[in-house]
Write a protein that binds this ligand. Structure first.
Ligand code: ATP
Length: 274
């Protein structure tokens, strides 16, 4: 528990257990994120990172404790545009005959009133979002004609178009070409500088290390680290039993946990589906 006032708090998890149906994946998580922070969520494959991020959006169930987002219990936030989401491994369907402007325009819909029509401010927000991800010259192009990395940038722009106060991104750099990774890092730096709170689930902090100041590590559904990004390297994926010098490589910068790793000497925390 902290003394942070609600107005300064973007996220508050208090003993939060998050999962699907009645299966708990993330257990007893305590976390307070102030507005404007840029948080990395690190951890091995299957540790529960995505589930944690989906819990912030009401896409996974809160089975215990509380999850508050922008001052309201998750799911109770009335203006949906205040929270943006870029889901995992998602590119725009190649079959979708839509232009970049159209796809990004969809992201603006939560900000339009009921029966609302886009006005100049909405059009400017869409153009700004596309500009921010470096695709202004592709505005009228079919998204299907873009590379995978560019399509991910379109999805980031779609989330930015609503001018969210909190932006949750799941593996934004995974499978993205180097040019797009650099562009994304620049976008996130600018968005963060504007005061938007960022939560970025990632396997590889390298491309975004300059943007992400704080990290939590999820290990078998438990938060095992919360602190500076640089300090996460001794804990992520090892349940806190890492010994310096072990041959499992640094996490930061350029850390990857998707490669086979030697088992830590201590028994890992039970992989909990309960
Ligand atoms: N919709 C679902 N229903 C039930 N269980 C699920 C569901 N989605 C994920 N899980 C389970 O939750 C656990 C954690 O998965 P999650 O996707 O949150 O991990 P992750 O850390 O994001 O992994 P990755 O890095 O591989 O994406 C896994 O055991 C997975 O099988």
């Amino acid at each position: 528990m902290t003394d942070s006032s609600t107005a300064d708090t973007a996220l508050r998890l208090d003993g939060a257990t998050i999962g699907y149906g009645d299966v708990a994946i993330v257990r007893d998580a305590h976390l307070t994120v102030r507005r404007g922070e840029a948080l990395a969520v690190l951890g091995a494959n299957g540790s529960g990172k995505t589930t944690l991020s989906r819990g912030l959006l009401g896409l996974a169930a809160v089975l215990g404790g509380t999850v508050e987002v922008l001052g309201a219990p998750v799911g109770r936030l009335r203006e949906r545009g205040r929270v943006g989401y870029v889901p995992q491994r998602h590119t725009v369907s190649g079959a979708m005959p839509a232009t970049v402007r159209e796809v990004v325009g969809v992201g603006r819909l939560p900000r339009l009133g009921l029966f609302g029509r886009p006005g100049p401010r909405d059009r400017a927000a869409v153009a700004d979002a596309v500009d921010a991800v470096g695709l202004a010259d592709r505005l009228e192009d079919p998204v299907a004609s873009l590379s995978g990395g560019q399509q991910r940038r379109v999805l980031v722009a779609r989330a930015l178009a609503a001018e969210p106060e909190l932006l949750v991104m799941d593996e934004p750099t995974a499978g993205v070409d180097a040019g797009s990774q650099e562009a994304l890092a620049g976008v996130l730096a600018r968005v963060s500088a504007r005061g938007t709170t960022l939560v970025v689930v990632t396997h590889e902090t390298g491309p975004l290390a300059a943007v992400l100041s704080r990290a939590v590590v999820v290990d078998s559904g438990r938060l095992t680290y919360d602190g500076p990004l640089a300090g996460a390297e001794t804990l992520a994926g090892t349940g806190g039993h890492h010994h310096p010098g072990e041959d499992d490589g640094p996490l930061v910068p350029g850390y990857r946990l998707d490669q086979p790793r030697p088992a830590p000497d201590a028994v890992r925390v039970r992989n909990g589906s309960r």
